[in-house]
Write a protein that binds this ligand. Structure first.
Ligand code: SF4
Ligand code: SF4
Length: 311
């Protein structure tokens, strides 16, 4: 059945969700279900979830799986799939995200990412693993993308999870008006936020956004006593120096509610996703920082007198 995921049912609030990942162990304490919201207002060039950047359903074309059957050429009402010199080309500017072509593709070369879901639909998925949350101290994490670009749905979902007695966490870049963040705090047990660089100009160059609001929001979260984990993705050539990491650690040390500071190594694992979306992947040639480098950076960060973890 073809479904139009481009419009919202006004009767029930819906969120545009790219994925619901069960048995997550890196998105907060215990075993968790992570709900990935679609849409982000940063453009970190190393992002490993490029399918979450746009706040609209998007089609991914995995050309290596395409067997050239032509079914999608017929199915698309907007002529977004064309054959040029014997090569399947996807004209993404024509795509309306209806999903009709993906439903005809038996080779699974086409994937529509992003589905408008109700709170009940997401909650039903989340509750499947309630027993694991209870035995592991886990719960639900809202991630993305930036979950707070869909603030009403985020609040409604977190509220529903809280009513079920689940531990609730949110991963945010915090490049938002404080009111958006404050709105979820009454129903949020843990906030995980990135601080990628302290230098505003380098932050702007790496992420497409100034960091003044991010840092101000971190200070407000700290002052509000919200359990907080500050994280830095360590990206070669961006912030993989002891100077950068110790500066962020010193900033984090000033946040009264900080639980710990965590360093996450960049992984160049998103190339096929960028290709499937027709997006340029500027981090394609970067390498994962070696374990020794991560250990050295963590040791440097500990000089700020805070607990530091790394992967
Ligand atoms: S329907 Fe799938 S396999 Fe067939 S041409 Fe389209 S993308 Fe390729
Ligand atoms: S998802 Fe896009 S490309 Fe596929 S049928 Fe709909 S409009 Fe056409």
């Amino acid at each position: 059945m073809t479904h139009d995921t481009h419009t919202q049912d006004t009767a029930a609030p819906r969120g545009l969700i790219s994925d619901i990942q069960r048995f997550s162990i890196h998105d907060g304490p215990g075993i968790r279900t992570t709900v990935f919201f679609k849409g982000c207002n940063l453009r970190c060039f190393w992002c490993h979830n490029p399918e979450t950047l746009a706040l609209r359903p998007e089609l991914q074309l995995y050309l290596d799986r395409c067997i050239g059957c032509g079914a999608c050429f017929q199915a698309c009402p907007h002529g977004a799939h064309v054959l040029e010199d014997g090569v399947h080309r996807f004209l993404c500017e024509r795509c309306q995200g209806c999903g009709a072509c993906a439903e005809t593709c038996f080779a699974q070369a086409l994937v529509l990412v992003g589905e408008w879901k109700t709170v009940d639909e997401v909650l039903t998925e989340v509750l499947r693993d309630r027993a694991f949350y209870e035995t592991s101290g886990g719960g639900v994490t809202l991630s993305g993308g930036e979950p707070l670009l869909q603030p009403e749905f985020a609040v409604a979902l977190l509220t529903a999870c809280r009513e079920e007695g689940l531990h609730t966490a949110i991963e945010t870049a915090a490049q938002l008006p404080w009111e958006r963040i404050a709105a979820v705090l009454p129903v949020t047990d843990l906030v995980m936020m990135d601080v990628k660089l302290l230098d505003p100009e380098r932050h702007q160059a790496a992420t497409g956004a100034d960091n003044a609001r991010i840092l101000a929001n971190a200070r407000r979260l700290g002052a509000a006593g919200v359990p907080l984990i500050v994280r830095t993705p360590i990206v070669p050539g961006v912030n993989d120096t002891a100077e950068d990491v110790t500066a962020i650690a010193a900033f984090a040390a000033e946040l009264p509610s900080l639980l710990y500071y965590e360093l996450l190594p960049f992984h160049p694992m998103a190339a096929s996703k960028y290709d499937s979306l027709g997006m340029d992947y500027r981090a394609r040639d970067l390498k994962t920082p070696p374990k020794e480098r991560m250990e050295a950076l963590a040791a440097a960060a500990r000089t700020a007198g805070i607990t530091v973890q790394h992967r």
